[in-house]
Design a protein around this ligand. Structure first.
Ligand SMILES: Cc1ncc(COP(=O)(O)O)c(C=O)c1O
Length: 354
């Protein structure tokens, strides 16, 4: 759903009034329980527990939503390793922001690359164009990660993507937080060569474990399908292991993906009606951007915070020899206000959903 559509639908509804904080809940709508159980029952009775119609449908939904090819994995990590293998980063340098989960730089290290960290902006907590260019010119990386931290799109992604196209750097988006996010109609994952999503239980939608790669490059998509299955289909030329998703997980993914627009719309409505008036000093989005609101990030300490997106930046965790002042500033100066899709479903938090 585009931003203006969300706004149109939401304008019809009365404002939410519930007092924060919302308790943690895996984003799953109880209205979907029977649907999931029905799909699982049919899989149980089928002779197809992996690599079947639910995997295809899960991928088709992501393809339709992003306008890109979509390949499902058993988690983010499998998808990330597959993309890095396709690009061929072994023995090369890869840029990564430091304000991210360790998974981002570690995927490049596991793929045999040297990681160079670049700084973030204070306003969006995501990779900063100026330091990206400075590090790229100094270290000549083959590839780079950009991370959409917190569920909005990295504010500098367009400038960074344009620079990467000019200089031949292969840009990959870590979309682990960015389900449902878009900017002027473009989804996370559509700015670089590929975007990698996670369906871990804390995420905007979850399948327990799971991942999805989106890419506009059909040759990359073929490589990813082969990579996730020991190189099958490539005459085993692609040297990899098993990163397949099973049919039970994929079926849950189908249901969750169909619910994603509701979840994102509800979170945006709750943010606008309940949280925004209380938190003027927060991440503020540019025109035309809709966040999936994986996190609601503020720059003032608050009483009942869920903590930081990341307590310690990766360059500190890995004791990398570099100076990233904005990343250090962000680590000290942001907090997350609880914002979870209500597990109880309709009726809670002043919700009028049917
Ligand atoms: C930014 C980021 N990248 C990657 C991951 C890894 O995802 P997964 O646990 O599905 O491998 C996560 C969290 O789970 C994350 O927050």
């Amino acid at each position: 759903m585009t931003g203006s559509l969300i706004a149109e639908v939401e304008r019809e509804r009365p404002p939410l009034v519930a007092a924060p904080p919302l308790p943690f809940a895996v984003a799953f709508d109880p209205r979907d329980e029977e649907l999931v159980l029905g799909k699982w029952r049919s899989i149980l009775r089928s002779q197809r527990w992996s690599d079947g119609d639910h995997t295809r449908e899960f991928e088709a939904l992501w393809s339709e939503m992003t306008g890109l090819e979509a390949v499902a994995f058993n988690n983010w990590a499998g998808g990330a390793l597959a993309v890095l293998d396709y690009i061929g980063v072994a023995g090369e340098r890869v840029l990564s922001p430091s304000n991210t989960f360790l998974a981002t730089p570690r995927s490049a290290m596991q793929s045999g690359a040297e990681v160079i960290f670049y700084d973030c902006n204070r306003a969006d907590l995501c990779g900063a164009f100026d330091d990206f260019v400075a590090k790229a010119e100094r270290h000549r990386p083959k590839a780079a990660w950009i991370v959409h931290v917190g569920g909005h799109i990295a504010f500098d992604v367009e400038r960074i993507a344009a620079y990467c196209r000019e200089t031949g750097i292969r840009l990959i988006e870590d979309c682990a937080h960015a389900h449902g996010a878009h900017w002027n109609g473009r989804r996370a994952g559509a700015f670089g060569e590929a975007g990698v999503y996670s369906f871990y239980p804390t995420k905007t939608i979850s399948t327990g474990e799971g991942g999805m790669v989106v890419t506009r490059d059909p040759e990359m998509a073929r490589h990813l399908r082969s990579f996730r299955d020991y190189g099958r289909g490539s005459g085993y030329r692609i040297a990899s292991m098993n990163h397949r998703i099973d049919e039970f997980t994929a079926a849950l993914g189908v249901v969750q993906t169909r619910r994603l627009a509701d979840i994102v719309a509800w979170k945006n409505r709750y943010a606008r009606d309940v949280l925004d008036p209380q938190h003027p000093n927060r991440v503020r989005l540019p025109e035309g951007m809709i966040s999936g609101l994986y996190k609601y990030i503020v720059f003032d300490p608050i009483e009942r915070s869920t903590g930081k997106v990341y307590e310690q930046p990766c360059h500190r965790l890995l004791k990398a020899d570099c100076d990233l002042p904005n990343t250090d500033w962000v680590a000290k100066n942001h907090w997350c206000v609880p914002l979870y899709y209500p597990a109880e479903g309709a009726g809670r938090a002043g919700d009028t959903r049917k």
